[in-house]
Design a protein around this ligand. Structure first.
Ligand code: NAD
Length: 297
């Protein structure tokens, strides 16, 4: 039996933008997916939102109606961790807070069967700490999807110190089954992608803070001048400014270098609740379909 075929039932913990995306690609690839959130209501709302996403794909002619129906039939909203008992692998995609993720790993270690792999979609938090919290350190791994999950090809795999070869191989095979390419990153804060990305986004925030240009000027400069598909401030809005700040704080604290100091303007946006596209306002404003409507930064 190949490692990927060992995974039939997938659990997803956290039904925000990443959890929904992971649940979508997994269900489309034929896995049975149980999604849980802080409450049964939030889990049900996440599955309903995912249904609307698939409806839009059908309307645009990008997905056949029967594929949507088959995908939805493989998705269920769970009431809590006890509903993840038959999972072969669980991916947590809860907010980027170390204490929360440690607590989740401990609970998942108790509620899932002993053979179940526990993966974290964390952007920056130590996988080795999550291994230790789980009670099954060899079966914990970082499985870092990119946003938006259905479109982005990369999954960054992060081995904690105790992560076994078998866990790595099974997780890599699963990522490939979901149509993704993988890279292997060491368990050092930020791993590869965010170690490179977050300083760019933070520097763009400093650029706006210091008045180098408007948000639109900074984003257009990077898009047209550096040939990036998105500007850094619009990308920060897409990621979620709370998530960007949380990752910047981990880099700053754990690596101890002031070059990672989060920009005060980023902190201020998070304090104001202007978390980006997911709440309709960040450096820009967005309508209820997530389309940019005006510049506010
Ligand atoms: P989000 O704010 O969109 O969603 C978080 C979800 O987790 C919400 O549905 C929330 O209700 C739920 N949640 C909160 N506490 C929970 C708990 N105790 N148990 C279960 N669910 C809980 O966040 P997101 O952008 O989806 O990010 C989730 C994770 O993915 C973070 O670790 C983040 O660093 C990582 N990540 C984010 C991106 C990105 O671009 N946003 C990219 C890669 C990785």
């Amino acid at each position: 039996m190949s490692p990927a075929s060992a995974i039939h039932n997938l659990g997803v913990v956290g039904g925000g933008q990443m959890g929904q995306g992971i649940a979508q690609v997994a269900a489309q690839a034929g896995l049975a997916v149980t999604l849980v959130d802080v409450s049964p209501e939030l889990a049900a709302a996440a599955v309903a939102k995912l249904g609307k996403t698939l409806d839009r794909l059908v309307t645009k002619g990008k997905l056949a109606a029967d594929e949507r129906d088959a995908t939805m039939a493989r998705l269920r909203a769970g009431t809590g961790h006890a509903d993840l008992g038959d999972c072969d692998l669980v991916i947590e995609a809860a907010p980027e807070k170390e204490a929360l993720k440690l607590e989740l790993m401990a609970s998942l270690g108790k509620h899932t069967r002993p053979s179940c792999i526990l993966a974290s979609n964390t952007s920056s938090i130590s996988i080795t700490k999550l291994c230790a919290a789980s009670g099954r350190p060899e079966q914990v791994i970082g499985m870092h999807f990119m946003n938006p999950v259905p479109l982005m090809k990369l999954v960054e795999l992060v081995r904690g110190l105790p992560t076994s070869d078998a866990t790595y191989q099974t997780t890599q095979a699963l990522a490939q089954r979901l149509g993704k390419s993988t890279i292997a990153a060491r368990d050092i804060p930020g791993f590869i992608v965010n170690r490179v990305l977050i300083p760019l986004l933070n520097e763009a925030c400093y650029g706006l803070y210091e008045g180098l240009g408007s948000a639109a000027d900074i984003d257009t400069g990077v898009r047209l001048g550096l040939n990036h598909p998105m500007g850094p401030l619009e990308l920060a809005d897409l990621i979620g400014l709370d998530t960007v700040l949380a990752i910047a704080q981990v880099l700053h604290q754990e690596l101890g270098d002031d070059k990672y100091r989060p920009c005060p303007l980023l902190r201020q946006h998070v304090a104001a609740g202007w978390l980006g596209r997911k709440v309709g306002r960040g450096f820009y404003s967005y309508d209820d379909k997530g389309q940019k409507i005006e510049k506010v930064g």
